[in-house]
Design a protein around this ligand. Structure first.
Ligand code: HEM
Length: 457
């Protein structure tokens, strides 16, 4: 909104207190979630000065989230330090590109993510969940613990591989998952190392990171080359869509852009869904009453079968459980934007080039928005819940024109997987473990979630 000449000058939002230079940066590296929640208690807009040149403007009111993502979205871009780092890995893929290129690329892939098309991926999701349920027999028999977060990562990578690339990534899911994680960790740690040019130093961190990126490049190029050399007609998947698309001049997508889109989809399409499932299993293990209610729904809807797309409407509580899981542990825990021109949020001045942070983790646990905010209670999402909440009090998939492309895909995959596994097993946490939250690009359990698999009934 333009500031009228006669109105008193707006002030900057209050600063998060700090005792000495770089104190906040040090703390932010170690415990950013706690800090952001402390900032939330100070008001709706708070400035966090990490270094002299890097200030985050934290925003906690749903109205302001809507302002940034929807009503004033044209005043905000993705040229934030976090997205710049992500761009080093993902180049000009859909998540990181902007402007005309983003619009054109989104138009190319969007049709594949419409409800009807996503339903075609249903059998792949069902088969993958059924196979995992069969694998877990061994864990149930042996009583050996497994890491459910890692199991969900493998499953989600396998689904994305089959659905979007018609490729069986089962053999590579361990290496691929690890390489993606190492590369992301590398770029994110570079964000909190305030030394210019550090990225070029021959440190173990840099060497490991570069190796991971090389490995990812080779894998993605391998997928593309295999398709080019294949003798079968192209399957109707994402890779075919990208490879067949041409621009106004009839030119195909350059190889580099093809690589960027493919890597973006591998990453965006698996980490987030995997985390949503992993955290939900943790919560179910901690809340047997909710697990029992979920089991009732799943047993009645499926009667012993693995879940399929046609079952989704009979599994509303399963989705509620996942929604509540994503409220407490949003896989994408933060969305960042940079302001282009002068703006105002919550009555404070937002100068041009401010880094504005919309933190799902803090807003979805805001005591003013969610009664008893840390309690796991899927009944919050009973039908009609949207009528009593601001649209942006809950935004695990973002909003506005950059809304997650894979929301329907993720929902379908998560419900099918959760229902299929819950029907046969209940998971118990291995006692004595500490679950540590790692807020990197996604919110993941740093050391995994170790569980014992118990057969039901
Ligand atoms: C529970 C699962 C998921 C969550 C919580 C999630 C969350 C998000 C969020 C918050 C954004 C917006 C980022 C921003 O505005 O800065 C986003 C964008 C995106 N997501 Fe997801 N996502 C999930 C699953 C998926 C899946 C399964 C796919 C693909 C198969 C996918 C593909 C994308 C893409 C391509 C974008 C960029 C869209 C654009 O800017 O045009 N996501 N996601």
């Amino acid at each position: 909104m333009p500031v009228l000449p006669s109105s008193p000058p707006l002030q900057l939002a209050p600063n998060f207190p700090s005792r000495y230079p770089l104190q906040l940066l040090r703390r932010y590296r170690r415990e950013r979630l706690t800090m952001i929640e402390e900032a939330r208690a100070m008001g709706d807009v708070v400035r966090l000065r990490l270094t002299r040149g890097r200030t985050l403007t934290l925003v906690f009111a749903p109205e302001d989230v809507e302002h940034v993502l929807v009503t004033h979205a044209s005043n905000y871009d993705k040229k934030t330090p976090g997205y710049e780092r992500l761009r080093d890995l993902l180049g000009q893929g859909l998540l990181t590109s902007e402007g005309d290129l983003w619009r054109r690329q989104r138009r190319i892939v969007q049709p594949l993510f419409k409800r009807r098309q996503v339903a075609d991926f249903g059998p792949t999701m069902t088969d993958t969940a059924r196979a995992l349920a069969a694998d877990w027999e061994l864990a149930a028999d042996s009583g050996q613990p497994l890491d459910v977060a890692q199991a969900m990562n493998h499953l989600a990578l396998e689904v994305v591989g089959k659905a979007l690339f018609s490729a069986d990534l089962r053999g590579e899911s361990d290496d691929l998952g690890r390489a993606l994680h190492t590369a992301l960790q590398w770029f994110m740690s570079l964000l909190t190392i305030p030394i210019p040019g550090y990225v070029h130093w021959p440190t173990p961190l840099n060497r490991r990171g570069r190796r991971a990126v090389r490995w990812l490049d080779q894998t993605v190029h391998g997928l593309i080359e295999a398709r080019r050399e294949g003798e079968q007609p192209d399957p109707p998947d994402l890779l075919a869509r990208l490879m067949q698309a041409t621009d106004e001049a009839g030119q195909p997508m350059p190889d580099k852009l093809l690589r960027d889109e493919a890597l973006t989809m591998l990453l965006a399409g698996h980490e987030t869904t995997a985390n949503a499932l992993g955290w939900t299993f943790l919560l179910l293990a901690q809340h047997p009453d909710v697990a029992a209610q979920l089991e009732q729904e799943v047993d009645a809807a499926l009667g012993g079968r693995a879940a399929e797309v046609a079952d989704l409407e009979r599994l509303p509580y399963t989705w509620q459980v996942l929604q509540e899981g994503m409220r407490l542990y949003p896989p994408a825990w933060v969305i960042a934007r940079r302001s282009l021109g002068e703006d105002q949020l919550g009555g404070f001045r937002i100068p041009p080039r401010s880094n504005v942070i919309l933190c799902q983790y803090a807003i979805q646990r805001h005591p003013a928005l969610w009664p008893d905010p840390t309690r796991f209670d899927p009944s919050r999402f009973a039908p009609g819940w949207e009528q009593s909440q601001h649209r942006y009090a809950y935004f695990p998939f973002g909003g506005g024109q950059r809304l997650c492309l894979g929301e329907t895909f993720a929902r379908q995959e998560a419900v099918i997987t959760l229902a299929t596994l819950v029907q046969r097993y209940r998971l118990e946490l291995v006692p004595g473990q500490q679950i540590v939250l790692e807020p990197s690009v996604t919110l993941r359990p740093r050391d995994g979630i170790r569980v014992l698999v118990r057969r039901r009934g």
